[in-house]
Design a protein around this ligand. Structure first.
Ligand code: SDX
Length: 424
């Protein structure tokens, strides 16, 4: 029977080592015994950007990049998108099981009754320029929230921890909407507890002088499905930031602020905004071939394409494309859609993209829908951060409860100067 081990021969010394293989991995620390002399530090693994390094053991989200599979706690994303709601999926991601009716009722009550933010937070938000990018304002405001809830530092008190989970999931839409209203010079629209999670968010975003905002049910449902699709995605850049900051035992507001900062980058959650800017720059279907040429010459990237894990069509992009038709039936089509479809058509048959396994990812079509729904382009990364908050919180809690985990502190390969004498 084959043993679950590796036998390594160090050709520098002729020594052999047997290293256990567990869950398809070896423990990097098992390499340290491989030395050329007693005072040798021992071998390390070098993995810039962690392209082949498992940072943790997790039971939350499973992705098979080759097969284009995405499951939250074992449930296929296609079934959740079709039959669940964002709040139910957030409960599933955090608790590991779908809620029973009574559990879901309590969960929904908790989230609904934590949507208000302290009135002083408005002063903090009013302090930034009117044209501040809402994502920058969201990051700053979430960080500032930590000063309103000092009890959040008791991260090993499960009761206090779950209260911060409720507060963050509930308050992200409020902060996001307030950031938008600030940027367009509109008065803040307060939460309406009669509405659903996404219905209330649309209310806080777009309510004007009417006494009670009535969200369009098709757009409300479309946004809810988009939130389900963005809820978690295993160890992506922003979740790794959440886990890294959380590993020093910082409070969850500071960790979420850092995770949102990582998400803001155009290679990550900022890609949905970059896609729209790219489509507007291309401006017509006729200009697509010229843009593709610039991509193939390495001058620009095809934003919304490619993924570190998916080497097949991102299953979320496929679902988002289906939602587009439902939204456009209400809002009218988005003229940039035909540019996006032409980009996809050419890219899926062009050797440059096929050989690099570049397919549309979650960000390629989401922005087109957001724009048709009336969201300005700079709100798009914020629309990613809102739903991802439940994933960040679930991964954070899992990290705190994992006996394998401690403060994250990688090593390095030092290539700098050897010791040298200081001369004034
Ligand atoms: C998200 O990790 C997650 O799960 C993230 C996310 C989540 O839910 O949390 O799924 C959300 O961030 C989706 C990705 C959104 N980003 C973009 O759409 C930006 C454009 N995409 C790329 O920058 C890129 O594809 C990444 C960042 C997504 C992935 O980068 P990798 O895995 O580091 O791949 P790479 O940069 O090493 O590229 C491999 C090759 C290179 O070509 P060669 O050097 O081999 O010639 O593919 C090329 C790259 O130049 N390439 C692209 C490309 N993406 C990769 N060429 C043109 N356009 C692109 N979009």
């Amino acid at each position: 029977m084959n043993k679950e081990t590796l036998t390594i021969t160090d050709n520098r010394t002729g020594k052999q080592y047997e290293i256990p293989v567990e869950d398809g991995t070896i423990r990097a620390m098992d390499l340290r015994q491989i030395k050329t002399s007693d005072d040798d530090f021992g071998l390390m693994s070098y993995d810039p950007a962690f392209t082949n390094t498992a940072s943790c053991k997790s039971r939350i989200t499973f992705i098979d990049g080759d097969k284009g599979i995405l499951r939250y706690r074992g449930y296929p994303i296609e079934q959740l998108a079709e039959r669940s709601t964002y709040l139910e999926v957030a409960y599933l991601i955090l608790h590991g099981e779908l809620p029973a009716a009574a559990e879901f009722e309590e969960w929904t009550w908790e989230i609904t009754h934590h949507t208000l933010i302290h009135e002083q937070i408005k002063k903090f938000m009013d302090g930034v320029r009117y044209d501040a990018h809402p994502m920058g304002l969201l990051i700053g405001t979430v960080g500032a929230l930590s000063t309103f809830y000092p009890e959040a530092k008791n991260i090993f008190d499960a009761e206090k921890r779950s209260k911060q989970v409720h507060r963050l999931i509930a308050k992200m839409p409020t902060i996001a909407a307030f950031a938008y209203r600030h940027s367009v010079g509109m008065p803040y629209a307060y939460p309406d507890n009669d509405l659903s999670y996404t219905g209330n968010f649309l209310n806080m975003m777009f309510k004007t002088t009417e006494v009670k905002y009535k969200p369009d049910p098709v757009l409300e449902r479309a946004l809810d499905v988009l939130f389900i699709l963005h809820a978690d995605h295993e160890q992506n850049c922003s979740t790794s930031a959440m886990r890294g900051i959380g590993s020093s035992q910082a409070d969850p507001y500071s960790a979420v602020a850092g995770a949102a900062a990582a998400l803001y980058g155009p290679l990550h959650g900022g890609a949905n905004e970059a896609v729209l800017r790219m489509l507007n720059e291309i401006s017509s279907k006729a200009n697509v071939p010229a843009y593709i040429k610039r991509v193939k010459e390495g001058e620009v990237r095809l934003m919304g394409f490619g993924h570190r894990v998916y080497k097949n069509y991102d299953p979320r992009a496929r679902i988002i494309k289906q939602i587009a038709d439902q939204v456009f039936a209400v809002t009218g089509s988005n003229p940039v859609l035909e540019i996006a479809l032409e980009l996809e058509r050419i890219a899926l048959e062009d050797e440059y993209f096929v050989s690099r396994k570049l397919y549309p990812n979650v960000d390629f079509y989401s922005g087109i829908i957001y724009q048709a729904m009336g969201f300005p382009v700079d709100m798009f990364p914020v629309l990613f951060a809102i739903p991802r908050t439940s994933g960040w919180m679930a991964q954070w809690v899992e990290m705190l409860n994992d006996p394998d985990q401690k403060i994250a502190r990688p090593r390095q390969i030092y290539l700098g100067y050897e010791e040298r004498e200081y001369k004034p």
